[in-house]
Design a protein around this ligand. Sequence first.
Ligand code: AHR
Length: 502
Amino acid sequence: MKNQAKMILEKDFKISEIDNRIYGSFIEHLGRAVYGGIYEPGHPTADEHGFRHDVIEMVKELQVPLVRYPGGNFVSGYNWEDGVGPVEQRPRRLDLAWRTTETNEMGTNEFMQWAKLVSAEVNMAVNLGTRGIDAARNLVEYCNHPGGSYYSDLRISHGFKEAHKIKTWCLGNEMDGPWQIGHKTAAEYGRLAQETAKAMKWVDPTIELVACGSSHRKMPTFADWEATVLDFTYDHVEFISLHQYYGNRDNDISNYLALSLEMDDFIRSVISIADYIKAKKHSKKKIHLAFDEWNIWYHSNEADKQIEPWSIAPPQLEDIYNFEDALLVGCMLITMLKHADRLKIACLAQLVNVIAPIMTESNGVAWKQTIFYPYMHTSVYGRGVGLNPIISSSKYDSKDFTDVPFLESTAVYNEENETLTIFAVNRHLEEGLHLEVDIRNFEGYEVIEHIVLENDDIKQTNSAQGTPVAPHSNGNAKKENGGVKALLPKLSWNVIRLAKQK
Ligand code: AHR
């Protein structure tokens, strides 16, 4: 049978306005993300703060709107006070999460300065592992209170007169995981998160809070964890988090590319749990989802076992992504966009060097991994209203999934700019996909570009020496009989951009 799909797009089939924070990312004090990644004094592109501008330029290309910081597992043992004030007085600490030494050269204020340079907001995580209410409320006061109190005046004395006005905060990290410093049961965490949330919002009522959901879909405590945590925190938080990493460990590409269906099921399940607690509490409030860690993570697992304990900024979690990884990242982005009504925050974990779209060489170049491109395309062109496309596609079965559509696709309509963008992956290993899109009431819209990411070698990677996996704009999408027709190459990521002609 011919590999084909039909799609109907209609202006009024709206899922929701997309919250730009869905294109967020993450920088943890881990490996070379901070030291040697965003910060490398002495690098030829470094500014007076030690920030690498070659990295800054790439982050700007991605238009990252939000960056989660400072962890991750790291935050569960972090004393934020170690990272503020005169740098020469900051202590060196053992980081038990990653068995390294943290120099604290970078801390809250430096990170806020860096975020400003890339025009991103910060999603600040507080330590609910070794610490609790007091450290969290003091950090909110330090960052957000204008002045006239101990911690806000301390910030001013450190040279930051203006409050940082951080809006989004995470109540700890992966507290369901036994690997976490200060791991807790759902009830222990739920109570602590509830009381911490209250105190943080008493300091600054304008902040938004994310409670920890499960570390991944297969955690034995999944579902009960979310229900218990939300039972405690429902009235005090805006978000529940989701984390998920995938890998092609069996080298089964058809099955690998179908993993976004599992992600979809995970998202649906968390929405159901949140709504169950809503019903139970007879609440009018809706909890939103923050998928604040998502990516592929498996290439570097063996190399990480060789790291010398307590070294400073060793190369950890340096996954080198191949072409098939970029396709799954594309499928994951599309999946999240389909839930834009409930999923308002997502953070690609992470941003530089650590399971990241951007890699750096010490004292050398910065370069783009394969996954850079689908992330950039959605972030740049996926702003506006998420549409609910009606899709019928030919399908396949894989080891763990049945009825996997060869076409994974969604569309974003930007009313202000009068643009319509279709994001699409063809999962077929051998055949191009014949796509027909009925664009109904998008009168006067024409195809302005069809970007394609394709490669004959699914294991092809990029490196500091070159980027063989890079997009081109030679896709063949065209307007025909009022609709759009395109042949999506086998195994490809596609961005079909339409704009209203004046
Ligand atoms: O992103 C890497 C790690 O993955 C984070 O520190 C942790 O939260 C998760 O397990």
